[in-house]
Write a protein that binds this ligand. Structure first.
Ligand SMILES: [Zn+2]
Length: 249
């Protein structure tokens, strides 16, 4: 028997009684667990295998498939279901993780990012746009696409008033050094946007969700963080399109 802690990212019914859940775990990345008799589970066991439940799973491995033996909830994010935009944004986060994370990866930091993001989202403690940017940029940094944002790639200038941020390599050029044309691969942004990117990428966990930006900076930051994720994962997400349609962004 193995015990894993993780959050349910997806559930699929199989037949009348059973289901599979995809769980992001600290120790083993994303694992698929078969839940026999899921429809009959009630109370704590039932809620701990629901979408977005963070639970402790006791599982058995048989013929290369994990089967649930028992489980108990650690945190259920009930508040996500109170607003369509919240559950939609959470679904986008789950979708991205399912695509970006492999089996058998150590995912402590990524799991922490997801749990923290859902905590603030569920309680409505931070603007959704800010949570989305934090999730997108910090996740990319955690999985190997950390932007290189300490200085202009030509002259090293750390605090240019305006700059061109490059999506594909995550670096930037100040306006004086930028020689290319502002194609889709470059976003022209001002210093406060660069500062926000730096903060998200570098901040300690206990301070990560504690910054403020103006609406106009957030708007630009949102565009950059979303495009950065899309560029590096090389795809879009239907759950993102849905979130944008319900949130009007
Ligand atoms: Zn420069």
């Amino acid at each position: 028997m193995i015990t894993l802690e993780g959050i349910v990212l997806k559930e699929r019914s199989v037949g009348e009684q059973d289901k599979f859940v995809d769980v992001l775990t600290r120790e083993k990345g994303i694992v698929e667990i078969a839940v026999k008799g899921a429809k009959r589970l009630s109370g704590r066991s039932g809620s701990s295998t629901q979408l977005f439940a963070y639970s402790r799973f006791c599982i058995n491995l048989r013929r290369e498939q994990f089967y649930l033996d028992s489980c108990e909830p650690i945190r259920i994010f009930y508040g996500l279901r109170e607003e369509l935009s919240r559950i939609s944004l959470a679904s986008y986060f789950a979708d991205v993780l399912k695509y970006a994370i492999n089996e058998d990866e150590d995912c402590g930091e990524v799991l922490r990012l997801m749990l923290n993001s859902l905590h603030f989202l569920e309680k409505g403690l931070r603007p959704e746009a800010m949570l989305k940017s934090i999730f997108e940029l910090r996740l990319m940094s955690e999985i190997g696409f950390m932007p290189d944002i300490m200085g202009c790639q030509a002259c090293g200038e750390p605090e240019p008033e305006e700059l061109f941020f490059c999506l594909s390599d995550g670096g930037y050029f100040c306006t004086g050094c930028f020689g290319g044309d502002a194609s889709d691969n470059y976003y022209k942004v001002r210093m406060p946007v660069l500062q926000a990117i730096r903060y998200i990428v570098l901040a300690d966990w206990d301070r990560l969700f504690s910054f403020r930006v103006t609406d106009s900076v957030q708007k630009r930051l949102s565009a950059v963080s979303e495009a950065y994720l899309k560029t590096h994962l090389e795809r879009g997400f239907k759950t993102l399109d849905f979130y944008k349609s319900v949130s009007g962004t």
